[in-house]
Design a binder for this molecule. Structure first.
Ligand code: NAD
Length: 338
């Protein structure tokens, strides 16, 4: 099938090309993100392939639909960038990649915790400058600390297992607690407020929905333990970034590891070196010595890229053959989940 693949980088193309040897789709790569402005590029294609920072809103979908697109294959787990209600109205199908490597994301969350706690970026730049002083590099043992895992889906469960492996006491929160998982791993489900109040480390693994937007706002930050290390590999808008800046300035938050940022669209995945960063909140976040920002790279492992490519191309094939779309997302499911 002819597919317009948006927002592609070298690593995407390499993985898609390798997997496509088996599927034989005609893939046309576009570097720009899929937005209202770039949607006309897909004219004449029956399907588009989108990524997390594309803006597949109602207006974009209408342009795509007018150009003949009937399937949006998101090559991501999250699908908050697609207006599912508008897709339903236009009778367009939407698929995603529900699971490609929960390990990739969970391991990155833990990497952020370790890097922040043990000051690895600061230590790295210091010794390269032949500064071998240890002042300011004191961390804490993970063993015995309480870790709050918010969302025990595919990724949160792996994160909980890794933290258990470090000897942490793991508290979990989910709208659908899993008693078997709780028993098997020896974790404890508790209300979100308990996680806020008791966690030394808090790791976010819930999807972005209207119900989880700014889950961590000023009030939530105030309820957290002083010195808490907050890690977000979920979606940027789970945290109110301005409130986080204030909590970091006051010293209440001990560290923040952010793989995602609420205004990351148009910034993350780009090389903006040499330009003036226009986002004042992100610029402020980057000035804190106890903040570590990565550019939405938690998913970026060879294994994850290969799985993303395989599942996406399989969805395209199923659509082309009129077979059931096992990885379809529908507006009704999301409404039920809220
Ligand atoms: N940084 C990255 O590269 C990257 C990569 C993949 C996924 N993600 C993000 O991670 C999120 C989680 O991925 P996953 O595969 O574990 O998803 P998942 O659907 O398997 O798990 C999400 C869990 O969150 C729970 N949940 C939903 N709303 C909740 C709420 N209000 N309070 C408590 N629990 C709630 C659900 O019940 C579910 O158990 C994705 O939605 C995506 O946004 C980020």
């Amino acid at each position: 099938m002819r597919v317009a693949v948006f927002d592609t980088h070298r690593y995407d193309r390499d993985a898609l090309e390798a997997a496509n040897a088996r599927f034989g789709h005609a893939l046309t790569y576009f570097e720009p993100r899929l937005t209202l402005q770039t949607a006309p590029l897909a004219e004449g294609f029956p399907a588009v392939c989108s990524f997390v920072n594309d803006k597949v809103d109602a207006a974009t979908l209408e342009v795509l639909h007018a150009g003949g697109v009937r399937l949006v294959a998101a090559r991501s787990a999250g699908y908050n960038h697609v207006d599912l209600e508008a897709a339903r109205r236009l009778d367009m199908r939407v698929t995603r990649v529900p699971e490609y490597s929960p390990h990739a994301v969970a391991e990155h969350a833990v990497a952020l915790v370790l890097s922040l706690n043990r000051h690895i970026p600061r230590a790295f730049s210091r010794v390269r400058d032949w500064n071998f002083s240890l002042d300011g590099l004191v961390g804490f043992d993970l063993a015995g600390k309480t870790v709050g895992v918010v969302g025990t889906g595919r990724i949160g469960r792996v994160a909980a297992r890794i933290f258990k492996g470090f000897g942490c006491n793991v508290l979990c929160c989910d709208v659908a607690p899993d008693a078997a998982f709780e028993r098997e791993l020896g974790v404890r489900y508790a209300p979100l407020d308990t996680l806020f109040a008791e966690s030394d480390i808090l790791s976010l693994h819930v999807p972005l929905t209207p119900g989880t937007r700014h889950l961590v706002d000023a009030a939530a930050l105030a309820r957290m333990k002083r010195g808490v290390v907050l890690v977000n590999t979920g979606r940027g808008a789970l945290i109110d970034s301005k409130a986080l800046v204030a909590a970091l300035k006051s010293g209440h938050i001990g560290g923040a590891g952010l793989d995602v940022y609420e205004e990351e669209e148009g910034v993350f995945f780009q090389d903006l070196s040499g330009q003036v960063l226009q986002d004042d909140v992100l610029a402020r976040l980057l000035t804190f010595p106890n903040v570590l920002v990565t550019s939405h790279q938690a998913f970026l492992t060879h294994e994850a890229l290969a799985n993303i490519a395989e599942t996406t191309l399989a969805s395209l094939q199923a659509f082309e053959r009129g077979e059931p779309l096992v990885n379809e997302v529908r507006a009704e499911q999301v409404l039920r989940a809220r």
